[in-house]
Design a protein around this ligand. Structure first.
Ligand SMILES: Cc1cc2nc3c(=O)[nH]c(=O)nc-3n(C[C@H](O)[C@H](O)[C@H](O)COP(=O)(O)OP(=O)(O)OC[C@H]3O[C@@H](n4cnc5c(N)ncnc54)[C@H](O)[C@@H]3O)c2cc1C
Ligand code: SF4
Length: 412
């Protein structure tokens, strides 16, 4: 098969660096040089096994990990402008082994519950089932995948691939109750005594606002709401939004909604108070957005959104960045008397997410703050994913799910 030859050729370019910068840069510490060695000689089974030791989410990470900031960005071959295409190799391997299931050696007579089946919950459920636990899960939506299913647009991720996980869940007898919200339909405290351990990975379900003034009757939209709506009915967005759209923020979510709206023939302006270099979105995604026709305005801080004569107006301050010796990010300062107005039909915030903590409603369980070790005030209940992670990325969510599974397994 041509793709296997291509995989072997690409992997053969790896020079097996002694200090392994790619491994250090990967939050999961995938053993990349060893993987490349196996792929190079056509030992695909062996490579899959090595991958599986550190990652159960290759179907997602291969495509959506910000490789240019992580493994590929740290590859020594960047010096020749030709890093190994690690993400592509992982993606192809996951397609090759889509039906592979890692069955447990022994059954463990203990029940484990996962709440929320995003990247963190999926990883935790798979690992626990592979260790031999009896795993149950509650999920609010009608499918697993979390934000990858509910928000990441089709043009960036083929959602059909989530079926690979459905297949593994079925084979490992992981019992999922979909369309069920813990905190509304069932309550955490009623579940505590039914399970030996619980992993909570409910992600961030609410948008954060930024502090701007606006005319009371002007609606401000939130990118995560619109992306979710787009999943079910793209025509909705086309009709509910005007032609010229402003988006505040420049992370993944901002770029995803911008590229979605470009596909609906809108004129899209991203307004960002920092520079492209300091944006959380990856440079390649920003580039794609610009190539598709999205306008990006750096160093503008929104202040007020009001009705104008023929459209709506977003008043922005001009900003500048001041280097902060204590931080990797600069401080934003406003330049006096230099405001600029953007004429818009609609304004969208893409300025981050927070948790509603709905899962903890009426519960005695709470997070133990100030620690990144996934603990709650109950020794058998753990948390993970975006809910507690500093880095809000798929790979970090996966690492939390796997780490907690290992912790529980090792405590037996
Ligand atoms: C538009 C967008 C694009 C992104 N792009 C990227 C990217 O390219 N690369 C990257 O690394 N990261 C990206 N991210 C971030 C990434 O999606 C998250 O870091 C990751 O999904 C977090 O995983 P999680 O399992 O913690 O939470 P989530 O993915 O949010 O999953 C939480 C799950 O819990 C369920 N749930 C919530 N509350 C309850 C409840 N009370 N009861 C039952 N179930 C509940 C939800 O329905 C959901 O399925 C993106 C995020 C968004 C929004
Ligand atoms: S840094 Fe690049 S070349 Fe070096 S071991 Fe990692 S993948 Fe191979």
């Amino acid at each position: 098969m041509a793709v296997l030859d291509d995989l072997m050729i690409e992997a053969a370019r790896c020079i097996n660096c002694k200090n392994q910068p790619c491994v250090l840069a990967c939050p999961a510490h995938n053993q990349i040089p060893e993987l490349m060695k196996k792929v190079r000689i056509g030992d695909f089974d062996g490579a899959r096994q090595t991958w599986h030791e550190t990652s159960v989410l290759s179907e997602v990470c291969g495509v959506l990990c910000p490789h240019e900031a992580l493994c590929e960005g740290h590859c020594t071959l960047n010096k020749l402008q030709k890093p190994i295409k690690i993400g592509w190799i992982e993606e192809q391997m996951s397609i090759l082994y889509k039906d592979k299931v890692d069955y447990p050696f022994n059954k463990i007579n203990k029940k484990h519950l996962v709440i929320g089946l995003g990247p963190a919950g999926i990883s935790n459920a798979l690992r626990m089932a592979e260790y031999g636990f009896e795993v149950h899960a509650f999920e609010k939506e009608s499918s697993l995948g979390g934000a990858v299913y509910t928000h990441v647009p089709d043009f960036r991720y083929d959602h059909f691939r989530l079926n690979h996980f459905e297949h593994r869940f079925k084979e490992l007898n992981i019992q999922v109750t979909y369309n069920t919200v813990v905190g509304i339909d069932v309550f955490l405290d009623d579940l505590i005594d039914q399970y030996e351990s619980i992993f909570i990975a409910c992600g961030l379900d609410k948008p954060t606002e930024i502090d701007i003034t606006h005319d009371r009757d002007l609606k401000i939209h939130y990118a995560i709401d619109l992306l979710n709506r787009n999943l079910y009915n793209p025509n909705d967005l086309e009709e509910m939004l005007g032609k010229t759209i402003g988006i505040v923020g420049l992370g993944n979510v901002s770029v995803d909604i911008a590229r979605t709206l470009i596909r609906l023939d809108k004129e899209v302006h991203i307004i960002y108070r920092r520079t492209l270099e300091e944006a959380p979105a990856s440079p390649s995604e920003i580039m794609e957005a610009v190539n598709e026709g999205v306008y990006i305005h750096e160093l503008f801080g929104p202040v007020n959104f009001k009705k104008g004569q023929s459209s709506k107006v977003l008043d922005c301050d001009r900003t500048c960045l001041i280097k902060d010796p204590d931080s990797s990010r600069s401080k934003v300062e406003v330049l006096k008397d230099q405001s600029v107005a953007f004429n818009l039909d609609d304004l969208i915030f893409a300025t981050g997410q927070k948790s509603s903590y709905q899962v903890f409603r009426d519960s005695k369980v709470h997070l133990v703050k100030g620690k990144e070790d996934y603990l709650t005030n109950y020794p058998s209940i753990f948390v993970g994913g975006d809910l507690v992670n500093k880095e809000k990325r798929i790979v970090d969510a996966m690492v939390s799910g796997q780490t907690v599974a290992k912790l529980i397994w090792e405590s037996l």
